[in-house]
Each structure stands twice: as structure tokens, then as C-alpha cells.
Design a protein around this ligand. Structure first.
Ligand code: AMP
Ligand code: MG
Length: 370
């Protein structure tokens, strides 16, 4: 028989064990504050990765998926692969009649036009016909004729994109125009993904779409900020050329993609609550008679931009960083740097063409270099 004291000890012990078990159960069910890393997934014609830090693993996963949902949503909003998408309708019908679009797309078109004005037309989403012309030239391995180039160029110009804010309609003033949102889509999508992550409980995180990155909150395991590597355009160019001649080499799995990128880091940046975007002629290009032409079109010459190997921009939002990286690629050293210096909280690192690969930094860029 147990005496009163023994009974009390046993009851206390049992209650204690129950409380510990309940505690363990709650931690198990709800999760610990944790970092969730999606690894690389194929989105928007490239690879995307999201890292979320949240109060629990479960919340982190929810926040990562909310981010990807936005990336996928914006991909279908902006791509013209789907003939029924809003952009496809605009590109098909907007010369014949005004085409109504969603307030979201309308706002983005307005923003694109603002960037065109700011960059003196270096950034221009009406670049579509020239992008098509150079892609076709690459496929045919023959340079476009002067006459064709001139005719196509006449179809490009943001002044001919008519936006009616009262009716949310889009109209083209010239026949044959085509909008190409490739220079703004990733940045816009990243910002939307970050917003969705925050709404879904992320206290910190990072969204990387094809090397354009935005991070927020404290980086896991680091006090100074998020570590972002700027790719070495020289190494990247070599690898891209190799890959172009041997398509079995870069069947990207997450692991090989990571090794590949890690081997090419040239500059390490430490960034907090900001975005970094890079435009590079090694990223995508067409080859004609052995010569490569950048996928970024110089609106002045109507040819592939050839002023830099890469342009990296640091800004508060991914949209800003993305459009400015594309614009500076076209503007060149003097005008590009002047633009960057005129903008608050914006810095840039420019790397010139081979063989020099000279690194040029805006006045405050050094502050981000580790
Ligand atoms: P990014 O990689 O951000 O520099 O964007 C390049 C993409 O933007 C190209 O693949 C085209 O789809 C589009 N693009 C090319 N030239 C221009 C330009 N001058 N202005 C705006 N978008 C452009
Ligand atoms: Mg860009």
C-alpha cells in the first residue's frame, strides 16, 4: 500500500510526464520555428527557388507554396504561349480594336511605359517584333536584311502603345506591334511572391527566379544579411557555349545547377530587405554565323545590346532591379551610370564585354560587397 506522500509523488510524476508528452505533441504537430527551402523548380521558363523562415515548418511550407502560386499565376498572366491569355489577345487584336485587360495587367503596362520614359526608351515592352526578328534570324543562321530591320523597327515604340485608364483598354497605333514582358515579368512576379509569403506567415525569406533575387528579414544563420553571388560572366559564357553544342550536359537537376552556379561566383554581395537582378548577354542569345547576339535588344540600333557582359542592379524591389538591369544594358556606361546615380537606393555593378571584363561599380555599390 502506498502512503499519502508516495501517492502525491506518483500523481505529480504522472502529471509531469503527461505535460511533457503534450508539449512534445504540440511541438510535433505545430512545428518549430524553421527554415524551409523549396530547392529549384522549373517556373517562368527558368529555375526558381524560395526560402521561407516562419514560426513553424508547416507555416514555412505554406508560405513557400503561396510564393510559387504567385510565380505561376503571373507566368500565365504575362506569357503569350497561351492563345487565350490577356497578352495574347492584346497582341492579336489591339491594332484592330481596344482590348480590355485586368486592372493588374493594365497597371503593369502603365509602369512599363513609365520606365520607358525614365530610360529614354532604352527599356521598351513594345520590343516584341525585334525580339521575334532576331530569334528567327538565329534559327535561320542568317542576319536580317537592312530593309526588314528598318520595317520591323518602325513597329517598335512605346508612344504607339495607347493605354486608356478610364476603360482599362490597350490599343496599338501601328499594325504588327507586339508586347514582350520578358524584361519585367520576373521582377514583378518576385515582388508578388514576397508579398504572398509575408501574408502567409513568413518572417524572413528569399525568392530567386532565374538569378533575380529579393530577400526580406534576417538571413538564417547570418547576422549581416543575405549572401548573394554575382555570376562570373566569363565562366558563364564559356559554359553556355559548351552547353549549346552539347545539350546533354546541362540537364539541370537541383544539385548540378547549384554546383554549376557556385563555381561561377565572381562577387559576393550582402543584402538586406532588397533585390538584386542581373541581365547578361550570356544568359540568352542567338548565334548567327558563329557570332552571338544578346537577347536584350538595343532600341537605338535594333540589334542585340553589346555594351556589357552583365549588368547587376540592387534596388528595393525586384521590379525596379529587373527593369533597370535591362535598361542599363542598353544605355551603356555613361548614361546607365548617370541613371543609377540619379535614383535613390539603387546601385549597379557593370561588367564590360570581353576580353577586358572590366568591373564598374556605382558610387554606393561597394557597400554591398563582402
Ligand atoms: P532581362 O533578362 O531581364 O534583361 O530581360 C530580357 C528580356 O526582355 C528579353 O528576353 C526580351 O524578352 C525583353 N527585352 C529585350 N530587349 C528589351 C528592351 N530593350 N526593353 C525591354 N525588354 C526587352
Ligand atoms: Mg531585367
Amino acid at each position: 500500500m502506498m502512503n499519502e506522500t508516495q501517492k502525491r509523488i506518483w500523481t505529480g510524476a504522472i502529471i509531469g510526464i503527461c505535460l511533457i508528452a503534450a508539449g512534445c505533441f504540440i511541438i510535433f504537430a505545430v512545428g518549430r520555428p524553421d527554415r524551409v527551402d523549396s530547392g529549384y523548380r522549373e517556373v517562368m521558363g527558368t529555375f526558381a527557388r524560395i526560402v521561407a523562415v516562419a514560426g513553424s515548418t508547416r507555416q514555412g511550407k505554406i508560405s513557400v507554396e503561396a510564393g510559387f502560386e504567385q510565380l505561376n499565376r503571373i507566368d500565365s498572366l504575362m506569357s503569350d504561349y497561351d492563345p487565350l491569355s490577356q497578352i495574347s489577345r492584346v497582341n492579336r487584336d489591339a491594332f484592330e480594336k481596344p482590348v480590355m485587360v485586368s486592372p493588374e495587367l493594365f497597371e503593369l503596362l502603365q509602369k512599363s511605359k513609365d520606365v520607358s520614359r525614365l530610360t529614354d526608351g532604352a527599356f521598351d515592352i513594345t520590343i516584341g517584333p525585334l525580339v521575334d526578328l532576331w530569334r528567327e534570324a538565329g534559327e535561320a543562321n542568317s542576319l536580317p536584311e537592312e530593309k526588314t530591320l528598318a520595317l520591323t523597327r518602325a513597329k517598335v515604340g512605346y508612344d504607339n502603345l495607347i493605354l486608356d485608364a478610364n476603360n482599362f483598354t490597350v490599343r496599338f497605333a501601328v499594325d504588327g506591334m507586339r508586347l514582350d514582358l520578358g524584361g519585367i515579368a520576373k521582377g514583378y512576379a518576385i515582388d508578388k511572391a514576397v508579398e504572398a509569403m509575408k501574408q502567409n506567415g513568413a518572417i524572413a525569406g528569399m525568392v530567386d527566379v532565374g538569378g533575380d533575387i529579393r530577400c526580406f528579414g534576417d538571413a538564417p544563420g547570418r547576422k549581416d544579411g543575405w549572401l548573394i553571388g554575382v555570376q562570373d560572366p566569363k565562366a558563364a559564357k564559356k559554359d553556355e557555349q559548351k552547353a549549346a553544342s552539347d545539350d546533354t550536359q546541362y540537364q539541370n537537376t537541383s544539385a548540378s545547377l547549384k554546383d554549376w552556379i557556385y563555381g561561377q561566383r565572381l562577387i559576393d554581395l550582402i543584402v538586406k530587405d532588397a533585390a538584386v537582378a542581373t541581365s547578361g548577354d550570356y544568359r540568352r542569345f542567338v548565334t548567327i554565323n558563329g557570332k552571338s547576339y544578346s537577347h536584350i535588344i538595343d532600341t537605338g540600333t535594333a540589334e542585340g545590346a553589346k555594351k556589357f557582359s552583365s549588368v547587376t542592379v540592387i534596388a528595393n524591389t525586384a521590379l525596379e532591379a529587373d527593369v533597370l538591369a535591362t535598361a542599363v544594358s542598353v544605355l551603356g556606361r555613361e548614361k546607365g551610370l548617370a541613371l543609377i546615380e540619379s535614383l535613390e537606393d539603387v546601385e549597379a555593378i557593370l561588367i564590360t564585354e570581353p576580353p577586358e571584363y572590366e568591373i564598374i561599380a556605382s558610387s554606393g555599390a561597394g557597400g554591398y560587397v563582402r
